[in-house]
Ligand binder design. Sequence first.
Ligand SMILES: Cc1cc2nc3c(=O)[nH]c(=O)nc-3n(C[C@H](O)[C@H](O)[C@H](O)COP(=O)(O)OP(=O)(O)OC[C@H]3O[C@@H](n4cnc5c(N)ncnc54)[C@H](O)[C@@H]3O)c2cc1C
Length: 498
Amino acid sequence: MQPRRVAVLGGGPGGLYAARLLKLADPSCEVVVHEQGEPDTTFGFGVGLAAGTQRKLEAADPDTLRDLVAAGLRHDMTMQVGPHTTRVRNDRLIGIARTELLAVLQRHAEKAGVVLEFGTRVTAGELDADVVVAADGVSSATRENGPFGGRIEVGRGLYLWCGTDFALDDAVFAPVETEHGVFVTHAYPYSGGRSTFLVETDEETWRRAGFDASTQATKFDASDETSLRYLREVFAEQLRGHALIGNRTRWLRFRTVCCDRWSAGNTVLLGDAAHTAHFSIGSGTKLAMEDAIGLVEALRAEPDRDAAFARYEAVRRPAVERLQELARRSQLWWESFPARLHLPVERLMVAYMSRAGNVPLDRFAQTSPDVVGAALEQYAGEPADVAPEGITSWVLDHPPARHRAADLVPLRAALDDPWSAAGDALVAQARGTAGVRLTGPPDRPALLTRLDLAERIGLEAGVPTAVEGPAALRDDLAAGLVSGRTDRVVLTDVQETP
Ligand SMILES: Cc1cc2nc3c(=O)[nH]c(=O)nc-3n(C[C@H](O)[C@H](O)[C@H](O)COP(=O)(O)OP(=O)(O)OC[C@H]3O[C@@H](n4cnc5c(N)ncnc54)[C@H](O)[C@@H]3O)c2cc1C
């Protein structure tokens, strides 16, 4: 399809990139971006762009990627628990200021001939065009007022997004215990003189610290200065005397957006307007920009609008849903993070890397042999002299000797969320037993959830656990052992129906 006129609603990364790619694909097409804000005002601080995203952007538009990489800052990753630290190398991960990201995308859009109109809030209905790309963000009015079947799931934990005026050496994950509970920061540098500080906590800690009141007292366009002052003290070591800077910063709960359909009539949703995924896998900007690539390819490939929108959704939805599932697991892991602070820092790093089930131990060992080696030794109580491809067998051959799986009470677990009411009931059943052996469906998502539930039972009911799973998923079972999710595993190829 060759649209003559395209209106893009929203000048965030998704809208700007789609506009540029549309114009590159067909210079005769008239493309206008309508952004309610001014060019140099935005929310937030830095965002991360991982290696895989950079490869996709390079294939779609090498000029823009070159400028993004030049404006970003590459960094490694450190986990810091009290005096203990461990470090992981990250070859191409960059942090980039959201202001810089948008400035580069605006510049490249204009260079391609896109018209940028700032300062007016518009609705999809009032835009006269063959195609309206609604890239109006997580609070998209187009989605909320349209027939897209939008749903929002609200997270349990609270987060606050702020920054500071110096560049950290690495990305840092640091939990700090206070009189109210644990606050954890994910902080990363994104320019020569700036870092993002994202802070998370649970609801009880948030209330005990009085932040329910400070959140309520903060006007919608102001920052919660009470929280920022308090957190400056909490993270004094990481901040090295610098202050935390707000930019309409307040405590929020993450909202995961899903939609039944991404298009209706001449309007198509893109980026956060169509879907979101928890920030702890750093993928919102990536998804928005990859949607833009997918939409422009679909418009080029199909003869008419409806077929192009259907192709866009058919290609992008599976990738988005896969990431949303990883993000959901990552979100649940972070929301229960304080319970794991007893783990040695290297085992905690392995638990972090395997939290969503997408980084196998052997792959992690190839890039960080020192971290995985230390974690294996902490797990088994003896050094592990083993190549990455032999790690799973080595772990399964070194079960902790504390108890026999056969002595444990079988407990069937078939649930999506270990911290749900169904999870509460299973924890209650495990209390007072000599330990439980978790059984359930043999598929991978069910096994990963079983491992997370076993961890919760171990922590809350204080009893030993074993997790059953098929031999085909032995890598996940081994990662579960080293991460401290379960004490034992039982390999079984018994096929159960879910
Ligand atoms: C705490 C936190 C941390 C994050 N960290 C990362 C990270 O590390 N890496 C990453 O990739 N992503 C991260 N993200 C997510 C990322 O910021 C978003 O996913 C990304 O900006 C989505 O791009 P978008 O273009 O879809 O929407 P947005 O960037 O939200 O842009 C939408 C635009 O539409 C405009 N708009 C809305 N309505 C109208 C209207 N009616 N008229 C005109 N204009 C309108 C808005 O002003 C806005 O500029 C994070 C998000 C949060 C909350």
